[in-house]
Design a binder for this molecule. Structure first.
Ligand code: CP
Length: 304
């Protein structure tokens, strides 16, 4: 990967993914080797939307590399509240950090920010757009269980607004992966995402019922219905509570199924799944640290 911005999973080649994930394996095997590797560097955290996992795991990853962090804080407590533009905000913040991690409610915000700064920008979620660093930790989790080829992956839930879905689907086109998308009609993949998958030669099928495909799956990636993205609360209510799984649902699954979720979950995975052999979502969230250490190491100019 170029030591540059990470805006979309579509910019990642197979070699890029494998390089970061190989580095993440190294980090996980010997974290001491990476301690203080980037002492003196500073990472700027700019979160215009709530986050637990992405923000804290980037911060934890930075600290484990010896990187200090500066945090814009909430929109309410920053000068964004006074009407400062995103372009001005990031132009100022590039003077405070050697890389910027940006989450924003508007699709395209990270791409726009990257046009105004010279330090690397990592898109930590832009509205219903992309979340590529989440994809890297998702692929790491899948790779540790199954490898990344000859895979059958089911992606279920909010495929319209789910940015982790859009990124994961794009990245999987680098691998021999059959992708099954399971959702209500109203939350199918956006046409543009489907078009890109088609152009990339992806093996894609769409379903409304999980039962149609569950026994074939190596991975079931469940997502939350993104209530905050619906322009009309009534439309949300029509689909809320659909596409839930519990331990009984998984009786039809193959033995080796891996159940994932980018989290936070609301009610789409019942707590009784947590104790099953399939559940991997908390481990997936924890994988954010070694994977983001590997990513920061790459973006900040890591050496072998
Ligand atoms: N998976 C994810 O992006 O979680 P957060 O919103 O808590 O960062």
């Amino acid at each position: 990967m170029r030591q540059d911005h990470l805006i979309s999973a579509t910019q990642l080649s197979r070699a890029d993914v494998e390089a970061v994930l190989d580095r993440a394996r190294e980090v996980a095997a010997d974290p001491g080797k990476f301690r203080e590797r980037h002492a003196g560097s500073v990472l700027a955290l700019c979160f215009f939307e709530p986050s637990t996992r992405t923000k804290m795991s980037f911060e934890s990853a930075a600290k484990r590399l010896g990187v200090d962090t500066v945090d814009m804080g909430s929109v309410e407590s920053s000068s964004v509240k006074k009407g400062e533009s995103l372009a001005d905000t990031v132009r100022v913040i590039e003077g405070y950090g050697d890389a910027i991690v940006l989450r924003h409610p508007s699709e395209g915000a990270a791409k726009l920010a990257a046009e105004f700064v010279d330090v690397p920008v990592v898109n930590a979620g832009d509205g219903a757009g992309q979340h590529p660093s989440q994809t890297l930790l998702d692929l790491h989790t899948i790779r540790e269980d199954h490898g990344l080829d000859d895979l059958t992956v089911g992606i279920m839930g909010d495929l319209k607004y789910g940015r982790t879905v859009h990124s994961l689907a794009a990245a999987l086109t680098n691998f021999d992966a059959r992708q099954h998308f399971i959702s209500p009609e109203s939350l199918k993949l956006p046409r543009s995402v489907r078009f890109d998958l088609h152009e990339a030669g992806a093996q894609v099928r769409e379903h409304t019922e999980l039962e149609e495909v569950l026994p074939e799956l190596d991975v079931l990636y469940v997502t939350r219905i993104q209530r905050e993205r619906f322009p009309d609360e009534n439309e949300y209510r029509k689909v809320a509570g659909e596409y839930q799984i519990d331990a009984e649902t998984l009786e039809a699954a193959s033995d080796g199924l891996t159940v994932m979720h980018p989290l936070p979950r609301v009610d789409e995975i019942a707590p009784d799944v947590d104790e099953t052999k399939y559940a991997r979502y908390f481990e997936q969230a924890h994988n954010g640290v070694p994977v983001r250490m590997a990513l920061l190491d790459t973006l900040l100019g890591g050496t072998q």
